[in-house]
Design a protein around this ligand. Structure first.
Ligand SMILES: [Fe+2]
Ligand SMILES: [Fe+2]
Length: 270
């Protein structure tokens, strides 16, 4: 078996609340995250990305609780903003020595020769997401600087429709400019998003566009109105080994699911 060069984990939609007694759709999101951490540690990832909706109520106390629940996590974790997050309150707790601005929370880093770009698609006060022209210029510069290196881009909102009407109405509202930026950078291997609370895999252009289950409650892939299912919380594990990229979905009920083969889809025009 090829030696694993890099292993990272994408978790998303933790929806942690300030009040530990409150439930969302009958679910205790704090307990779910606590349950996930030993499994995450057992996988010994190089790092973890948490893809937004870290908080379910956008409060400082929810971020305090999140920080406390994450303490036993052995791997570095990178945190994205989602529509339920609050940039300023997040910064107050996770970056207490920096000015708690409401600017987008963005970053780029390199591990094992691969680039990882973390975007902030959240729009304060809105369910749907968007990128400003400034953010897209920053993305274009970042991707230009990493040309030739395998790159993963993370954001919260789905940039392509998943054909669930109510979720598509609150996806990325200006995907064309984002997709046009990506099209200039074919070294982007994957665009990984949360928000949809269900697994999705598409190939679009040269990249995979992959959504993942929430580490909380799941949304029905069939119902056109909001409907929560009894499906298990889960996350995605990605391994680079011998020049190949493989990924699995891990569910907290013990299932490990190899990702389906990806097929090409027609170009989408909204
Ligand atoms: Fe969410
Ligand atoms: Fe979301």
């Amino acid at each position: 078996m090829a030696q694993v060069d890099l292993r990272f984990v994408h978790i998303s939609d933790l929806h942690i609340l300030a009040d530990p007694d409150r439930r969302q759709y009958g679910v205790d999101t704090g307990a779910i995250l606590r349950q996930a951490i030993p499994l995450l540690n057992s996988l010994r990832p190089d790092f973890v990305v948490a893809g937004g909706d870290l908080s379910g109520d956008g409060s400082e106390d929810s971020y305090r609780r999140l920080q406390q629940i994450l303490q036993p996590l052995a791997a570095p974790i990178h945190l994205l903003m989602g529509n339920h997050d609050d940039r300023t309150k997040f910064r107050r707790i996770f970056h207490p020595h920096a000015t708690p601005t409401a600017d987008p929370v963005e970053a780029a880093f390199e591990v094992g020769g691969m680039r990882f770009v973390l975007l902030d698609s959240s729009l304060p006060g809105k369910e749907e997401g968007a990128f400003s022209a400034d953010q897209l210029r920053w993305l274009d510069r970042e991707l230009g600087a990493s040309a030739g290196r395998l790159t993963w881009v993370f954001l919260h909102h789905q940039p392509l429709p998943i054909y669930v009407r109510w979720l598509d109405q609150i996806g990325l509202s200006n995907p064309e400019a984002f997709l046009a930026t990506l099209a200039c950078h074919p070294h982007v291997a994957a665009v990984a998003y949360g928000h949809v609370h269900q697994a999705r895999s598409w190939r679009y252009g040269s990249a995979l566009f992959i959504g993942l289950p929430a580490l909380a409650f799941q949304f029905s892939p069939i119902s056109q109105e909001p409907e929560v299912t009894q499906d298990s919380p889960g996350f995605r594990v990605i391994e680079i080994a011998g020049g190949e990229m493989r990924h699995w979905l891990y569910f907290l009920d013990g299932r490990i699911v190899s990702e389906p083969r990806l097929s090409a889809i027609p170009v989408y025009v909204r």
